[in-house]
Design a protein around this ligand. Structure first.
Ligand SMILES: [Zn+2]
Length: 100
């Protein structure tokens, strides 16, 4: 039941009625948007957990660990960095240039 229905016995100006209807419509659309965003958030959370799991699995298979300072893999034994996508060895310059 909308606010307008609750106030049906109360005399309201046309402007106030219009304003209430507008606010109710906005509220409805915000609730719908919120629900879509919650759905997207939970999908992203799911993806993030899957990726975290992949990182753990990858770390178990190789001596590479993720260096968050550079956003790249690092071989702890050599200190060399590798691309997280194609595992290409990165030079010092690559590390400081914006990510491609
Ligand atoms: Zn790459």
């Amino acid at each position: 039941m909308g606010i307008i229905d609750l106030l049906k016995d109360v005399p309201l100006s046309a402007v106030l009625k219009e304003k209430i209807l507008t606010l109710e419509a906005e509220n409805k659309s915000l609730k719908a948007e919120n629900s879509v965003l919650n759905e997207k958030l939970s999908q992203s959370e799911e993806q993030r957990r899957a990726l975290e799991k992949q990182i753990v699995e990858i770390n178990h298979k190789s001596p590479l660990t993720f260096d968050s300072d550079f956003g790249a893999w690092i071989d702890q034994t050599t200190g060399l960095h590798y691309c997280t996508v194609c595992k290409t060895k990165l030079s010092r310059d690559d590390l400081w240039s914006p990510r491609l």
